[in-house]
Every structure is written in C-alpha cells, then in structure tokens.
Design a protein around this ligand. Structure first.
Ligand code: GDP
Ligand code: IMO
Ligand code: MG
Length: 428
C-alpha cells in the first residue's frame, strides 16, 4: 500500500486533523507538504483536545513518524512552542523529521504580511497574519531562507541581507515603518539552529526509501482546495498548493506512488477570511450552523462564515484532485433541521451553470440553486454503521455522494476518534 493524500475539499477546516489522526494508527509516516502555522487542525482523543498548527497530526500516534516536508514554511518559534506544549502533555515528539529545504518564516515576513493587509484596507485577503504569503513570495523570488541555511552563518547573513534590501525600501518608503536590521534577524535565527538540528533530515530520501520498503505514507494537507493558489478563488486564497499535486512537489514523491486521494468534506460549508462564498448564510440558519458546529477559527479565533453544502464545489474538488473517496464530516451538526437545502448548481447572469466557473467575475455573480432534502431529528452521534443512521440522514449522504462525484468512505458524527462511521477501509 503506497502513499495516500488527505486534503480539504472546501475552504479549509473540514476536519482534516480528525481524519488524519484516525488513520494515523495504520500508517508509518504522516507528512505535511504545504502551508505552515496558518493551519489549525483539531484532534480529540478521549477527553483531550489538541490544536495543531504546524505539526502533522500523526505526532499524536506513537508508532507514526511525523514529517514536515520541503513545501512547508516553518516559523521556528511557533514550532518550539507547539513542541513544548505537547511535551508538557506527555506527547513524545522525538521522531519528528523536518526537511532541510523547508523555508523559514522570518520575523520580517510576519511584519510584511500584517502591513500589506493593513494597506489593502477593505480589499484585504483576511490572512492569518502568520507571514505565510510573504515567505512563499520570498521562496519564489529566490530570496528565501531555508532550514539548512541556519547551519552556515555566512550564507545566512548574505541571504537575510539580500531579502531585506528591497523590503526595507518598501517598509520605510511605502509603508512608513522602521527598517529591519539584518544582524538582529540573523542573531535570532541562529538561536534556533541547535534545537532544530536533531530533527533536520533529507526527508525526500527518507520518504522514498520508506515507500520502496512498502511502508504507508499519509500526506496531510493544510487549508483546502478552494484556497489553493492555482485552483482556488484567487486572490482570496493562501499562497501554496493544498491540492493533491502539492503533495508531490511539497514532499518530493512522484505521482505514481500515490494510490488514494481522500477529500475531507464538511456536510455544510464554512470559510474564514475574505472572498466569494455562494451559499453563505446571513440568517438564523447561518448562526445555528456556527453555534452547533463550533465554527470558530482554531488559529485566529475568528468566527467562520457558514452556509449550506455546495455540490458544485465538491465536484470541482473531485476533479482537480482526482479524488478517490470523500470523508464526510460533521453530519451530526445538521441534526434538527426539518429540511436541508443543498446547492446543486449556480445561476449566473440568468443562466444555469453546473460547474465552477473559471472566471472570477462569474463566480462573484453566482447565485446558488438549491434542492431541498428532508432532515432528521434523531441523535446520530452514537451511530457506528451506515444503517444506524436515520433514513433521511442516509439519503442526505447518498445525495451528496451522487452530486460530488466520488464515494463517501467515512462519515464523522462527532469530533472524537470513535465518532466515525467507516464504510470502506482507506487502508487495505
Ligand atoms: P481542520 O483544519 O480541517 O483540521 O479542521 P478544524 O480542526 O479547523 O475544524 C474542524 C472542527 O470540527 C474541529 O473542532 C473538530 O474537532 C470538529 N470535528 C471534526 N469532525 C467532526 C464531526 O464529524 N462532528 C463534529 N461535531 N465535529 C467534528
Ligand atoms: P486549515 O488547515 C481555513 C485562509 C485565511 C485567508 C487565506 C489566506 O486549518 O484548514 P494565509 O494566512 O494563508 O495567507 O491566509 O486563507 N486560511 C484558512 N482558512 N483554514 C485554514 O487552515 C486556513 N489557512 C489559511 O483565513 O482567508
Ligand atoms: Mg482548521
């Protein structure tokens, strides 16, 4: 059984942490391949709740080796505080591996993220303010700092100076801020070097050797398909590729090794930050989804925007990721509605449109066309098999499956590890 990818099929926060943790017991490696501490993945084990930002959710499974791949951007101070927090709770983090090619989020990247957003005013993206976009921009501009640079002070100094040359012009002349001193940044970055050293590895080699030995590798996406820099609702996206191809570039594993791509799909839709969202609700139903679903950002604490399920988006996620299965989460949150609207297509300038329009203008004009499905009132949180679900809940799941273009292999009926209905095994 080679590699599996597990990724968000909507705008993030679909329940990737829970799904990864669930599979963690059956896999040898869990790999983050993109994003950074903009992610907030919740894992609930018994009465313990963990919020992971940068570390792969596999860190909570002792048999599993957690890996931070080359495609991830790493803020060392966040990494250490996350490791400390887990160690204090008795979690062994010593198996962690970090790619020497992963890029470092420097303090100036965080500053640039915040001032850029402020400057954009009401056109802002609503970023998490963690320096993600500016760090990826530096990577693409070839002025990024990589983990391996921490082990050569002279190279590090040259690189930080090169990165700051242009930025200081911008900070002082455009943003009216004080210049950042290269020497101070280098000094701070060097304080992380020794503590990081035991984790740094050639993760591409490690993962490919593991696959050659028939070990099971699970790639855990951050964010979601519609936040992808290429395939999402640009410019209201993150700056990396959460879609399936990102696992290949972000970990150095060829596409021929990947046999399964699992899309995590919430039974309704949420989004944090700015950008179009056709099924967004501004009424009591939206408030109820937010309240019952606990829809508040794990990273920034912002209320999530909530709306009904959008099958157009789910079909799009199936297509751009080549999804083999869905893991449907939070079905329990929909308990209690008499009827549940599901968006099956859009109306754009008077025309019915079945697929996600590539044009930003069209997507901004998209109005949801709903079909209404009958709801259920029975508590489903104890359901262990599909047949335990009320008939209308079964019909809701089957309808979503038909509309979304891939089989639903598992259903979440609560946040806990055991609150899951497994229909098909993901690892066989
Ligand atoms: P991620 O970023 O995709 O890992 O998702 P988040 O952790 O940001 O948000 C998902 C939230 O839903 C977390 O609070 C999870 O504990 C919770 N959750 C996950 N699956 C389920 C489910 O099936 N039912 C319920 N009620 N909560 C769930
Ligand atoms: P997980 O992994 C939901 C959103 C931000 C903003 C946009 C760009 O928990 O699903 P960034 O800081 O990445 O430059 O912000 O992307 N965003 C997320 N939304 N879940 C996430 O991660 C997100 N990570 C970034 O709100 O709209
Ligand atoms: Mg999240």
């Amino acid at each position: 059984m080679p590699a599996l990818v597990l990724l968000g099929a909507q705008w993030g926060d679909e329940g990737k942490g829970k799904a990864t943790d669930l599979l963690g017991g059956s896999v040898d490696y869990v790999v983050r391949y993109q994003g950074g501490n903009n992610a907030g993945h919740t894992v609930v084990v018994g009465d313990q709740k963990y919020a992971l930002h940068l570390l792969p959710s596999g860190i909570l499974t002792p048999e599993c080796t957690p890996v931070i791949g080359n495609g991830v951007v790493v803020d060392p101070s966040v990494l250490f505080s996350e490791l400390n927090g887990l160690n204090e709770r008795g979690v062994d983090t010593s198996k962690l591996l970090i790619s020497g090619n992963a890029h470092i989020i420097t303090p100036y990247n965080v500053t640039v993220d915040k001032v850029t957003e402020r400057f954009l005013g009401k056109r802002k993206i609503g970023t998490t303010g963690r320096g993600i976009g500016p760090t990826y921009a530096d990577k693409i501009n070839r002025v990024g700092i990589r983990v391996q640079d921490l082990y050569d002070e002279s190279i590090l100094t040259q690189k930080v100076e090169a990165a700051l040359d242009g930025k200081n012009q911008l900070l002082t002349k455009v943003f009216n801020r004080r210049a950042i001193e290269a020497g101070q940044v280098v000094e701070e970055l060097l304080t992380y070097a020794e503590r990081l050293r035991p984790y740094v590895a050639d993760t591409v080699l490690v993962l490919n050797k593991a696959l050659d030995e028939n070990k099971v590798v699970l790639f855990e996406g951050g964010q979601g398909t519609l936040l992808d820099i290429d395939h999402g609702t640009y410019p209201f996206v993150t700056s990396s590729n959460p879609t399936a191809g990102g696992a290949c570039t972000g970990a150095g594993v060829g596409p021929t090794k990947i046999s399964r791509v699992i899309g995590i799909l919430k039974a309704y839709t949420t989004r944090v930050g700015s950008g179009p969202f056709p099924t967004e609700l501004f009424d009591a139903d939206g408030d109820a989804l937010r309240r019952i679903g606990g829809e508040r950002g794990v990273t920034t604490g912002r209320d999530r925007r909530c709306g009904w399920f959008d099958a157009v988006i789910a079909r799009y996620a199936t297509r751009v990721n080549g999804l083999t299965d869905f893991f449907l989460t939070k079905l329990d949150v929909l308990t209690g509605w008499d009827e549940i609207p599901v968006c099956v297509a859009y109306e754009i300038d008077g025309k019915r449109v079945e697929e996600l329009p590539y044009s930003q203008t069209d997507f901004h004009h998209a109005k949801p066309i709903y079909e209404t499905l009958p709801g259920w009132s029975e508590d489903i949180t104890k359901a262990k098999s599909f047949s335990d679900l009320p008939k209308n809940a079964q019909a809701y799941v089957r309808a979503l499956e038909d509309m979304s273009g891939a089989p639903i292999s598992a259903i979440g009926v609560g946040p806990g590890r055991d609150e899951t209905i497994e229909i098909n095994s993901f690892i066989s």
